[in-house]
Every structure is written in C-alpha cells, then in structure tokens.
Design a binder for this molecule. Structure first.
Ligand SMILES: [Zn+2]
Length: 143
C-alpha cells in the first residue's frame, strides 16, 4: 500500500481529523492553500471521479457541506480562521492538479486578500451554435 491517503485512513500516518463517517475521513491539509483548508478523503481507495458511485459521491459532498458550515460558524464566532466564502475543489487527473490518486475534495475557506486564485483564460462568448453542438454531444453520452 503506497497511497498516502490510504495510510492516513488506516491511521498509519497522523492527521488532524475534522470529521469521520463510514465513507469519508476529513482532515486538515498539511499544505493549506488558505487557513482552515480541509481535505475530504474517501475511506475506500478509488482513484478517479469515474470510480465513484452516487452514494460515495454524495457522502463526500455532504461532508464538505457540513465542514463548510462549521468553517463559517467558527469564523463568525472568532474561534476559527476567517471564512467569508468557500471553494470546493475536486481535481480529477494530473492535468487537473490531482496530486494523490485517491479521490478527495478540497474545502477551502476564502476571505478577501487570501491570495488564492484560479488563473484561467475564460472563454470569450462562443457562438450559440458551438455551445449547442457541445451540449448535444454531451447529451448523447448521457444515454
Ligand atoms: Zn488510497
């Protein structure tokens, strides 16, 4: 077993646990992008988004929502890091910045001036016919 998240789930590597359920373990990221950055990791070793079924995916999202609410509450109470907003970030594949090939979801507290950015060249008004064509292809894949 060489997967770092499997070792953390097994308790072989220490972590600062935030939430445990039968499906997920959530803990503080040791390299936080923003203060209070939490990782929601599946207990099962599933590598990619395509490996998740709806039940596991829902468990991951539910845990992230619960943690997001706790981050906001702690911030408002002055007992946690500042949290004026939340980003959920799921990286699927190396090109999408997946660093550990064991499914996980980032919960990132956000505040003005926190330095977090998504650097992208956002599209510039594609023609409706292009959008419709892309949507048609995807609808065809949904079965
Ligand atoms: Zn794993």
């Amino acid at each position: 077993m060489s997967c770092v998240f499997c070792h953390i789930v097994a308790g072989d590597i220490e972590s600062s646990v935030v939430l445990e359920t039968d499906r997920v373990l959530a803990f503080m990221d040791v390299h936080p992008a923003t203060p209070g950055h939490v990782l929601v990791v599946l207990r099962a070793h599933l590598e990619s988004l395509a490996d998740l079924d709806d039940e596991v995916g829902a468990a991951m999202f539910s845990a992230a929502r619960t943690i997001a609410a706790a981050l906001r509450t702690a911030s408002a109470a002055g007992t946690g890091p500042r949290c004026d907003g939340i980003n959920l970030f799921y990286a699927d594949g190396a090109v999408a910045f997946q660093e550990v090939f064991h499914a996980y979801l980032h919960v990132l507290p956000r505040s003005v001036g926190d330095g977090f950015t998504l650097d992208a060249r956002w599209g510039t008004d594609p023609a409706r016919v292009e959008l419709d064509a892309e949507a048609s292809v995807l609808r065809g894949m949904l079965g």
